[in-house]
Structure formats: C-alpha cells, structure tokens
Design a protein. Structure first.
Length: 148
C-alpha cells in the first residue's frame, strides 16, 4: 500500500521549491527496484494522472561526496529542479513509493524517520542515515588539488 500524503507537491518545483522525499515500498516490482537501486535517495512530485515523477541518486560509482543519504537526496533534488537530462529519473505508479518527508532549497525535513531507517537497513546502508529529522542545506567546500 502506498503511503503518499495528501499534501504531496504537484508538478515540478521551481528553484528552491518543495519536493517530496520517498522510499520504495516493500512490495515494489522488481524492475523498479533494479532501476532505482537499494539505498537510493528519491525525490519527486505527483502528476495529475496519479503517478509520481521521481529523480534518484544511488551513488552507483561510489563518489565520496555522496556517501551520506542526505547528500544523495540533495544531488537528486538539484537534478529535479534543473530538469537535468538523466537516466536517474522515473515516472511510476504511486503505490511503488512511501513519502517520508520533504526537501527544498533550505534543507530536508524527514517526517517518517522510522520508514527511512527501515529502507536503509534493508539496503545495508543504515550508516548513511541522517542523525536528525531536519537537515539544513550546507555548501560543500571544493577540494583544491593544488594545495594537497
């Protein structure tokens, strides 16, 4: 059963606008799980045809800047608001997802931490879980390779 809130954002948000945070449901079809991958951060919005459009980041290439779940969520959110071309995008039925919170330009609000933890435990990625329900946006410092 899908657990999508009544206040899910409809249509793609503008820059700094609010998008929903999701995890996959336990009964999701195998093709969706193979596409999105375990441990992924999933952001998106509802469509008028009762589907959701999601952007996701699973850190397939083990980028150290995407080690934490919230870093993955921010990367997926940035792709979404920029409408960036990516293969990490999917439109699917709402029943494939559970809404756990929101993300916007100011940060992340997790309203269902227990569901996020269940997803990350299932994904063997609980060590990437945020420690608080509210994660403010931070600017990551770029590494200057000339000073190394």
């Amino acid at each position: 059963m899908s657990a999508i809130g009544q206040d899910i954002p409809m249509e793609r948000p503008d820059t700094d606008g609010r998008a929903a945070l999701f995890v996959l449901t336990s009964g999701v079809k195998e093709d969706v799980l193979l596409t999105v991958r375990k441990g992924a951060a999933i952001v998106g919005f509802a469509n008028h045809d009762h589907t959701v459009t999601v952007y996701f980041e699973s850190n397939r290439f083990d980028d150290p800047l995407l080690a934490k779940w919230e870093q993955k969520a921010r990367k997926a959110y940035d792709r979404l608001i920029e409408n960036a071309p990516t293969v990490s995008k999917l439109t699917a039925v709402r029943e494939s997802f559970e809404q756990i919170g929101y993300i916007n330009g100011k940060g992340i609000t997790i309203r269902r931490m227990d569901i996020l933890k269940r997803w990350l435990i299932y994904s063997d990625a609980i060590d990437s879980c945020p420690t608080t329900e509210v994660v403010p946006r931070t600017v990551l410092a770029k590494v200057d390779s000339t000073k190394a």
